[in-house]
Each structure stands twice: as C-alpha cells, then as structure tokens.
Write a protein that binds this ligand. Structure first.
Ligand code: SF4
Length: 235
C-alpha cells in the first residue's frame, strides 16, 4: 500500500502552510522583521520527501520573497537535478524568515542571524517540518546545521553523516551552495565532490525509505540505491 498523501491531505497542508506564511509575513518579533522588504517563508511541494534548509534570506531573496534565488539558488537546483530531483519536488526554506542585516551608512549589509533571531523564528521552521513531514532533511551550510545540532557542529569535520533531526527525521548536512560558489581551482572540485557524496547518500536514503514504504511501486520504477549515477557531472 502506498503512503502517498491523498489530494485532500495535500490541500490541507497547502492551506495550513499558507496560513503560517501569512503569520510570518505579519511577524515583527525581531528588529530585522521591520528592516526586511519581504519575508521569505519557503516554497515547494507540501508533501515533499526532501526538505532543504538554509541559513536565511540574502538580498535577492529579501527582494523577491523566494528562497534560494540568484546564483546559489541556481546551483541548488543543479545539485538537486544531479540526484534526479526537480526543484519543485522538494521543499526549500531557511532557519530564519527575514534577512539578517545591518545598516552601514546608506547601505544594508548581510550578517549571520543572532541566537535571539534563530530562537524567535524556530517555531515557524518546526511547524513547517511538522506539516510537511519530509522523509529526509538536508541542512545547507554550518549555520543551518548548528540550528539543528548545536553550536559545536563543525561542518568540515562533521558533514556527510546521518543525524537525527526533528521528529526523528534523518538529517544530512552538506555545504551551502554559496560556499561552493566561493571555491576556486582544486578546492572547487574537492568541495563539489564532497557535496556530491552527501547528495548520493540523501538519494540512497530516500530510495530506501521509498522502498520500505511501498515495495511494489519501488520495484516497478526500478528505484534503488544501486541505480544512482556513479559519475558526477558536478553540477
Ligand atoms: S526572523 Fe522570524 S521571528 Fe524574527 S521577525 Fe522575521 S519572521 Fe519573525
């Protein structure tokens, strides 16, 4: 028997996510809530098997209201494509929904979210996870990983392993696409290979969970870890 959500279930999740997005849009718990242009709630399939969680909106996201746009967003789309996932099949959001920034003269600069902002915004992320119930969470970058695993998390040493996320959901950590874009020369290829390994692990876990949930359908589609591409195009 398939565990695919019914149309009714899907519509219910869409409705509740829209209500939550509305709440976020009205939220001014932090000072950055008043500095932002647009809140960036998140988007994607409300019944997604994979949820990608980044740190927070940057300038372009703040202007558009969409997560992971611009070059980093394009790279994320390619990374997902490398394991056979379309961007609209997954759910993409951030640990904080407003651009963390400060004024410098006439300019507004990005900064990392402070603990108070992370704590204020966490209930929204928790509710998104509870509503979507993804099979796997992929944390993109150290700040997102730390928000799940604590401040001692070191991405260069501890990425690429499985952790237990909220509600017992398997959690993988890999580098943020913006970090990948900052690499040059040999380190660019090395980091991309590491990301590729992490993505392959995500794909294998998703396939294994799919097979466990619906063995007949998985056998028909031929989905299995063994069917993954071996040679990365390295996005
Ligand atoms: S960061 Fe989150 S909690 Fe803070 S104002 Fe924005 S939506 Fe509200």
């Amino acid at each position: 028997m398939s565990d695919e959500p019914t149309l009714q279930e899907r519509a219910g999740r869409e409705r509740m996510l829209a209500q939550l997005a509305h709440t976020v849009e009205a939220c001014r718990k932090c000072e950055i809530g008043s500095l932002r242009n647009k809140s960036v709630f998140g988007e994607g399939d409300p019944c997604a098997r994979l949820m990608c969680v980044g740190e927070g909106p940057g300038e372009t996201e703040d202007q558009t209201g969409h997560p992971f746009v611009g070059r980093a967003g394009e790279l994320l789309t390619k990374m997902l494509g490398a394991i056979g996932l379309e961007r609209d099949e997954v759910y993409i959001c951030n640990t904080v929904k407003c651009r963390a920034c400060y004024r410098e003269g006439t300019k507004i600069r990005n900064r990392a979210p402070i603990p108070e902002e992370l704590a204020n915004c966490r209930p929204y992320l928790d509710e998104q996870i509870a509503l979507i119930r993804p099979r796997v969470i992929l944390a993109l970058g150290a700040p997102a990983a730390k928000s799940f695993l604590g401040p001692a998390f070191q991405i260069t040493k501890m990425r690429g392993r499985w952790y237990e996320g909220p509600h017992g959901i398997p959690l993988m950590v890999t580098f943020h696409p913006a970090y990948v874009l900052r690499q040059t020369g040999g380190s660019e290829r090395e980091v991309k290979l590491q990301v590729w390994e992490d993505l392959r692990a995500v794909k294998a876990r998703l396939d294994a969970l799919e097979e466990a949930a619906s063995p007949a359908a998985s056998a028909e589609s031929g989905a299995s870890a063994a069917g993954q591409p071996e040679q990365p195009s390295l996005f």
